[in-house]
Write a protein that binds this ligand. Sequence first.
Ligand SMILES: C[S@@+](CC[C@H](N)C(=O)[O-])C[C@H]1O[C@@H](n2cnc3c(N)ncnc32)[C@H](O)[C@@H]1O
Length: 234
Amino acid sequence: MRKQQLIWQAEHETATAIPSLAEQEPSSAVVYFADFLKRQKITSGKIIDIGCGKGRNSIYMAKQGFEVYGLDYIHSAISACKKLAEQQRVSPRVRFETGQIDDDWKFADNFFDIAVDCFSSIDIETKSGREKYRNEMLRTLKPNGYAFVAVVSAEDEFEKRYIKSNPGAEKNSVVWPQNGKFQKDYDEAELRAFYSDFEIVKLEKVTKPAVKCGEKIMATNYLAILKNSKKVEI
Ligand SMILES: C[S@@+](CC[C@H](N)C(=O)[O-])C[C@H]1O[C@@H](n2cnc3c(N)ncnc32)[C@H](O)[C@@H]1O
């Protein structure tokens, strides 16, 4: 198992670094995106929840009427997703699977109406791995389908400190001293460049209180709503 995966396995068991992961309530970022979809009158279709964790967002989107496919490389997290889906009575509308988000996805081209990456791809340790995830997201998303990407800003109070003292190999990346977790953070220009094959419909920088590694901080994140505007080849 890769080092980052072992770190996530431990984190899913203990929720010491990111307590919000153990919550059953959806991320406020995903609620924001769901509200956007409602305003577009999009209330059904297939969604991929990329790095679904314990399923808080998948379950929420299933309750909104979507058919959700959740993918995560931590087996215990996938088991927790299935249990939560049963408890919340949405099992018929969700499918959870253990798998890597930075490898080939088994889904056909143009399979999904919507994609959600809620703070997951920032945990892929290599640029080539993140490019793979992004390209698979684009390949499997239908033309005009929306993708939602939440990432942490390089200006985030917690990250800013470690970008200086504990940088990873890439620009704006960190290795958390608390548990060795790699994270890729973004400035706006990097984010726009990385997702330039998509149309950027909305990009917001949001600051809110959060707890990371036992510290109360003001978290600063980017929430991006993207659209697959690629032309369909005839
Ligand atoms: C910060 S958590 C977010 C979880 C979920 N999206 C949420 O908002 O509750 C990141 C998730 O991505 C998963 N993950 C990270 N890298 C992955 C990879 N390469 N393949 C599959 N899952 C991955 C982790 O196991 C973890 O569940």
